[in-house]
Write a protein that binds this ligand. Structure first.
Ligand SMILES: Cc1ncc(COP(=O)(O)O)c(C=O)c1O
Length: 414
């Protein structure tokens, strides 16, 4: 195993932050989400597929902002367009930027379910908007949910500070089992407003899995049968599976869909899109507005991002690059005989360990990810990574070499 990285400044900043920022930082940026004091906590800059931490360590970045960076850091064409607009036009207006119309038109052209679009900032904003619209139009209360949909009261995992009534009508169901979903609907179908699901299974700490053939079609059929709206949470799959989202790739069209990460290569914007008959509710009865939702710069970044995604056929390029990478990773795993499972759509790679003994799996995981980070590969142990369009062959070669070493370290240590 390589030597531990020098992370003095990261942990100095972290300890200082603990005094004035609860937990030092928010959610998945805390050391508890990584391994001991092995991971950097503060980053300074990024370029293409790499990032530099505050201690001067450079990494191949497979976290990619937890998803927004579909192209890579500092994508010149996007950044130049945004900087130019900022300098020549200003930014924060009370009213709407004209780019909103252009962006909405673009999304309606490329996303199957998109007849209308509204824009917000975060994924949580638009999954929550979708639920609100569904409850309004169906006049029903219950929501069946599968996957991570953000931090708002109805769906957040930690329940501190949330009254039970905020989520008592929210019923989780496991991915992949139509019978269990049907059982839930038999009991609650009359009062179910919506089924919200990530089209691909990508829960924390679990292998990433595409749907079995017929699964998404089955979910849609059940939703239709019980008069519930089907909502796809495409925050991670959007623009990666296909320019038109996982719904286009798998050929199943929901009534509403939430998009965010990947839409603007890191600029904060999300979109709820869907059929006019439902989306129209947000024109009057369902109130959606926030000071920063009319963000023209993020809309411009989104337009530029989509232009590049289409021009360079990025979703297909990501798939091909990811498939080549996956083949090499699988060969390394096979050679090592470590019970490591490489899962994920080719551009959402993840490693889990399955020896049949949970504590051994945890130790293997810790050794594996410690070895990777010491080899300057930034990917979290609990969350799948992302391959970005600007990851070069050299970046991915560095990752493969590090994986080979990490598997050898696991073999030696566990
Ligand atoms: C599938 C999915 N839905 C919703 C969200 C919430 O998005 P945000 O963190 O931008 O609120 C996330 C964030 O990771 C996500 O992965």
């Amino acid at each position: 195993m390589k030597e531990k990285l020098l992370l003095e400044k990261s942990y100095h900043l972290y300890r200082k932050s603990l005094e004035i920022v609860p937990g030092g930082s928010l959610g998945v940026r805390r050391p508890t989400f990584y391994i001991g004091e092995e991971y950097p906590l503060f980053l300074k800059s990024g370029n293409g597929g790499r990032v530099l931490d505050v201690d001067g360590n450079e990494y191949v970045d497979l976290i990619c902002g937890y998803g927004p960076l579909i192209l890579g850091h500092r994508e010149k064409e996007i950044d130049d367009a945004v900087c130019e607009k900022l300098k020549t036009h200003g930014y924060c207006f009370a009213l709407t930027h004209e780019m909103q119309l252009e962006l909405a038109q673009k999304l309606t052209e490329i996303i199957p379910c998109a007849e209308m679009c509204l824009f917000a900032k975060t994924g949580s904003d638009v999954t929550t908007t979708a639920i609100r619209i569904a409850r309004h139009v169906t006049k029903r209360n219950k929501v069946l949910r599968c996957g991570y949909h953000g931090w708002h009261e109805w769906c957040v995992t930690g329940k501190g500070g949330i009254p039970k009534k905020a989520y008592e009508d929210i019923l989780p169901f496991p991915y992949g089992d139509l019978n269990l979903l049907e059982d839930l609907l038999k009991e609650h179908g009359d009062d179910t407003a919506a089924i919200i699901i990530t089209p691909v299974e990508h829960e924390l700490n679990r292998p990433v899995k595409d749907p079995e053939p017929g699964y998404l079609e089955g979910v849609k059929e059940l939703a239709d049968k019980h008069g519930a709206l089907l909502i796809f949470d495409e925050i991670r799959t959007g623009f990666r599976y296909h320019i038109g989202g996982a719904q286009r790739w798998f050929g199943v069209t929901p009534q509403l869909a939430a998009f965010g990460k990947g839409l603007a290569n890191g600029f904060a914007i999300s979109a709820l899109v869907g059929a006019k008959e439902y989306m129209q509710a947000a024109a009057d009865a369902v109130y959606i507005s926030a000071t920063y939702y009319s963000d023209g710069l993020a809309q411009l970044a989104a337009l530029k991002t989509i232009e590049i995604l289409e021009r360079e056929n990025v979703p297909q390029a990501l798939r091909e690059k990811g498939n080549r990478f996956a083949q090499r990773v699988e060969a390394l795993i096979k050679k090592s005989a470590v019970p490591c499972l490489y899962s994920g759509s080719p551009f959402m790679p993840y490693f889990t360990f399955h020896s049949g003994d949970e504590s051994k799996d945890r130790r293997m995981r810790d050794v594996f990810f410690t070895s990777l980070i010491r080899n300057r590969i930034l990917i979290g142990p609990n969350h799948h990574g992302y391959i970005a369009h600007r990851h070069t062959a050299e970046d991915l070669k560095a990752v493969l070499d590090a994986i080979e070493e990490a598997l050898a370290d696991v073999s030696t240590a566990v």
